[in-house]
Ligand binder design. Structure first.
Ligand SMILES: O=P(O)(O)OC[C@H]1O[C@H](O[C@H]2O[C@H](CO)[C@@H](O)[C@H](O)[C@H]2O)[C@H](O)[C@@H](O)[C@@H]1O
Ligand SMILES: O=c1ccn([C@@H]2O[C@H](COP(=O)(O)OP(=O)(O)O)[C@@H](O)[C@H]2O)c(=O)[nH]1
Length: 673
């Protein structure tokens, strides 16, 4: 198990490694405080304008200078690379390897050895765009199958210009790992939509081959990381696609600083325990030093899955297994709010705003922006809008719903079915409430570019985010950032992570309750300007102060600190007793107290021994047969008192130790549950 090998390796850590880690931490702290007092005194692009970022995004040059050739061949030292000067001192910036399923660029093949690259500026890209503390490079899949060596070499070279390093996955792996295990199993399960019927049995062939492909793909990502890793780098793994990656990386090198962040919800342990590979996935994630989630609830669910399914200890800091702590915490993502606010001033956005205002003059604009995914609750949203129109005839013709539904995972049959279902509902509502000149719903099955999206956000009166579950939902943040003039209303699902941060300013709804959402639409459209202003102010303050940059910096510096703290903690663990000394003293003494653990100390190892309240599985615990005789002998010995200390329920202790207790036991059972 990686956790074990990590533990045993780490206990032999040379003191100079601890000293080096602490020195690096002091340097980082110094760098932070220098930057706080001289925010512009940075020799990289720290003072750049947001418009420059926009230009660089368009030019596909937003990810910094290219990776040097040596880097492509493997580890090499690159003097002065990533250095910055602050207060007259030179610091080298720490390298950050961001590993995500998808690279922030999509690649289109133009010829045998030529590629064109398009930047896709999703949440993670903008989050890292503004981070100056680290020198980031990306490792991931470019979204295309490149079977030939010439194509792979050319793409690798082209991507290096964007600080990206590709992982080449063949079509079969993509089908089984990405479409199969990631998007057909983990994605619906983590969003409380359950497992697909045919995969409910752990023994089905498709489940097993998809899981095998998942592990294989994760290993392929790990191989690439390992090839490019240099001592001192921070490796940040992202999302449900890469839950095995921390384990693979630590097996290569237990000193690697590894963080893992989940962008989706982590469901209640009762949901997670339905997954056939539940234990393997949890153990693999726990190999990381730091595990992060968007909300405290997701973090809590993860910790309780680890305690209930693996029998590990949950502490306020995270999850502990035999003295090794994996830190678990909430790090809510934000957006680059400045980028949206400043975009509203640029000419193309203003042109779009004017066009939209003219087109929808005299009508209130409602907006939905979602990937066309079951979790986004698009059919439920449309049905609620239909109900609103049914019950509020005076609003007919005076309100329009613009629904942008970005196609996604189009190879997965369930997504294809969803598309047809949405089209059918839109057609029905438009048929019912449309006129010869206007329809109530404008539905687009495509994505918009950044200027068009900003303009839409800015002209909207009411945004409708009705996700059935959503890790965070950045659309709600982006809408708020673009509304400082209009102060429109946000209707937000209570099942989106964003509800935890924007709940006070939004109208929160249960998206499954069509009547409640219909009523919320009426309330939002009729809301007084004073109430709108108050609500907007709350959310705008949050969105502009909890930015993506801050999210990324906090996670990575927490990861650095976690590693230092772990090394210091290991040094404080008392050394094991020497066996010969212990026996000798035991024999000499006349009054002995032996304090024994229970689960996995006195009991037979059970694959998933439950703990803390899971009495059903605790009842599976049995006294280890080899211990029966020695325990009897000890209990017979008048010089020895035995205490069994356990978090398990008293009934469980009674049952397991029954025989011993009944006949011989002269000790004490302490149940802390
Ligand atoms: O690449 P795809 O398979 O099309 O996946 C789409 C996106 O899924 C993930 O989104 C999640 O991350 C957001 C930011 O943390 C969060 O707000 C949202 O609730 C999640 O669904 C993934 O992180 C993205 O990179 C993908 O593009
Ligand atoms: O036409 C579009 C629609 C959406 N988005 C972006 O897609 C992201 C959606 O993120 P969210 O967290 O809301 O949900 P996800 O799709 O990641 O589940 C947001 O940053 C949007 O700006 C976009 O670039 N073009």
């Amino acid at each position: 198990m990686p956790g074990n090998s990590y533990n045993s390796n780490s206990s032999n850590i040379p003191p100079d490694r601890v000293t080096r880690l602490v020195r690096e931490k002091i340097e980082r702290d110094l760098r932070k405080s220098s930057r706080a007092s001289h925010p512009n005194d940075v020799t990289d692009n720290g003072g750049r304008e947001v418009f420059e970022d926009e230009q660089r995004l368009r030019d596909g040059d937003n990810l910094g200078p290219s990776i040097v050739d040596e880097d492509l061949e493997g580890p090499a030292s690159t003097p002065n690379e990533g250095c910055e000067r602050l207060d007259g001192r030179t610091f080298s910036r720490q390298r950050l390897l961001v590993v995500a399923n998808r690279l922030p660029v999509s690649a289109i093949r133009r010829g045998e050895d030529s590629w064109s690259l398009e930047i896709s500026a999703g949440g993670l890209v903008s989050a890292l765009l503004g981070v100056k503390e680290f020198e980031a490079r990306w490792i991931g899949w470019a979204g295309v199958n490149v079977p030939d060596e010439i194509g792979q070499k050319a793409l690798t070279k082209a991507l290096a210009e964007k600080r990206c390093i590709p992982v080449f996955l063949d079509e079969d792996i993509v089908h089984q790992y990405y479409n199969g295990y990631c998007n057909n199993i983990l994605w619906p399960l983590f969003h409380y939509l359950g497992l697909p019927q045919e995969d409910r049995l752990a023994t089905t062939r498709s489940f097993q081959s998809q899981f095998a492909a998942y592990i294989k793909a994760n290993q392929m990502f790990a191989d690439v990381v390992n090839k490019h890793y240099k001592d001192g780098d921070v490796v940040w793994c992202h999302d449900y696609h890469l839950m095995f990656l921390p384990k693979c990386l630590k097996e290569y090198n237990s000193d690697m600083k590894v963080g893992w962040f989940l962008h989706t919800p982590f469901p209640s342990s009762e949901i997670h325990r339905t997954l056939p590979s539940r234990s393997d996935l949890l153990r693999a994630v726990l190999a990381a030093d730091l595990v992060g989630f968007h909300t405290y609830d997701y973090a809590r669910h993860f910790v309780s899955a680890c305690t209930r399914i693996l029998g590990f200890e949950g502490t306020p800091e995270g999850v502990e297994d035999q003295g090794r702590l994996t830190r678990v915490a909430a790090f809510p993502i934000g957006i680059d709010s400045e980028r949206f606010i400043r975009a509203l001033e640029i000419h193309p956005v203003q042109v779009h705003i004017k066009e939209l205002q003219e087109t929808f003059a005299g009508r209130k604009v409602m907006l939905g922006v979602d990937r066309l995914d079951m979790i986004k609750g698009i059919p439920q949203k449309l049905l609620a809008f239909e109900k609103f129109l049914e019950e509020n005839s005076d609003w007919r013709g005076k309100v329009v719903l613009l629904q942008i539904a970005v196609p996604t995972r189009t190879d997965v049959p369930e997504y294809q079915r969803l598309t047809s279902q949405v089209h059918e509902i839109v057609g029905r509502i438009n048929g019912r409430f449309g006129t010869l000149t206007a329809v109530p719903i404008h539905h687009l099955d495509r994505s918009l570019d950044f200027p068009a999206l900003c303009a839409l956000y800015a002209v909207t009166d009411v945004a409708l985010v009705t996700s059935l579950r959503d890790g965070m939902n950045l659309v709600s943040y982006e809408f708020v950032a673009c509304q400082d003039l209009k102060k429109g209303v946000l209707i937000l699902s209570e099942f989106a992570g964003a509800a935890q941060s924007l709940g006070a300013g939004a109208i929160l709804v249960n998206p499954w309750n069509i009547t409640e959402v219909a009523n919320a639409i009426a309330r939002a459209l009729n809301m007084s300007p004073e109430e709108r202003e108050k609500r907007h102010w709350h959310n705008f303050t949050h969105v502009t102060t909890h930015t993506a940059q801050e999210w990324a910096e906090t996670f990575v510096s927490e990861l650095n600190d976690t590693v230092v703290e772990a090394q210091l903690r290991i040094k404080q663990v008392p050394p094991s007793l020497r066996e010969a000394d212990s026996i000798e003293r035991y024999l000499r003494s006349n009054n002995r107290l032996l304090i024994l653990g229970f689960n996995a100390t006195l009991t037979e190892p059970v694959d998933t021994p439950g703990r803390r309240g899971d009495q059903i599985r605790e009842m599976e615990l049995k006294l280890h047969p080899d211990l029966k005789q020695p325990l009897n002998a000890l209990c017979h010995d008048p010089k020895t008192t035995i205490v069994v200390l356990s978090g398990s329920d008293r009934n469980v202790l009674d049952k397991v130790l029954d025989l011993v207790l009944f006949i011989f036991f002269s000790g004490l059972l302490i149940s802390t549950s």
